[in-house]
Design a protein around this ligand. Structure first.
Ligand SMILES: O=C(O)CCC(=O)C(=O)O
Length: 237
């Protein structure tokens, strides 16, 4: 065969790409009362329980006003790689023991506000768990937020139960599943959930939720009024 003959006989063969094109999954939305199993992995079952209107709106209105006024809100500063930055929200801690997260320690404060004690007891009666600590968050407006994290500090023990009660403006609580080891820390294709937390809503997180999932409350592009979030926890010495 001559050389030019070979060239004209060249064929283009379509070859399927060896890697299947992956789609980023749409975020699921959870906004109805119910118990939801998020995942079942060797680490355990991740479960949340959403109870909108746990506190009726009229009661929630005055609770919000009281807490906004009475809780000793403070702005904490984090230092990372020698750069310090202020948390984009105000916080307050209640409990007999100090609480350390992101290398920041909040000192014990055993002087529970009576309203907080009342809310704690109501949640305990409903859930059957006994909580000994509370992290309060105040999101002053749409610019305040909390970044992706899990509540997995050693002081919370294994499979912590966290009861999160919200007052004021509705903000979206987002969850994303931690990637499997093959993903090398890449969250691009992980499962995601969006949970609107509005005035008086209780969200319980249980089982392996903190081990296998992360959560955040992102900044919003449109204006938002203030929101208070109370996360009741069980801290071990
Ligand atoms: O504001 C919320 O709903 C979440 C707060 C939170 O993630 C936390 O306190 O760890």
């Amino acid at each position: 065969m001559k050389k030019d003959q070979v060239d004209t006989q060249k064929q283009f063969v379509f070859e399927k790409p060896s890697e299947v094109e992956r789609k980023i999954p749409d975020a699921g939305v959870i906004d109805k009362t119910g118990v939801y199993e998020l995942s079942r992995l060797p680490t355990g079952i991740s479960k949340i329980h959403l109870i909108p209107d746990f506190i009726d709106s009229e009661q929630a209105d005055w609770i919000f006003e009281q807490l906004l006024q009475d809780i000793p809100w403070g702005q904490r500063t984090h230092v990372r790689q020698e750069v310090s930055f202020e948390e984009p929200r105000l916080t307050s801690w209640y409990g007999e023991l100090p609480y350390t997260y992101s290398r920041l320690t909040m000192q014990p404060n055993p002087n529970w506000h009576p309203l907080l004690t009342m809310l704690k007891e109501r949640i305990e009666e409903f859930t059957g768990y006994t909580f000994n600590s509370l992290l309060c968050n105040l999101y002053r407006n749409e610019k305040d937020s909390v970044d992706w994290h899990s509540d997995d500090e050693p002081s919370l023990g294994k499979n912590p139960v966290i009861a999160s009660l919200s007052f004021g403006a509705t903000r979206t609580f987002e969850m994303r599943k931690k990637p499997s080891p093959e993903e090398n820390g890449d969250y691009t294709y992980v499962e995601r959930l969006r949970i609107p937390l509005d005035h008086g809503t209780l969200l319980m997180m249980e089982g392996a939720t903190q081990e296998d999932w992360q959560h955040r409350v992102p900044k919003e592009y449109h204006s938002r009024d203030a929101r208070i979030n109370l996360t009741f926890r069980i801290i071990y010495p």
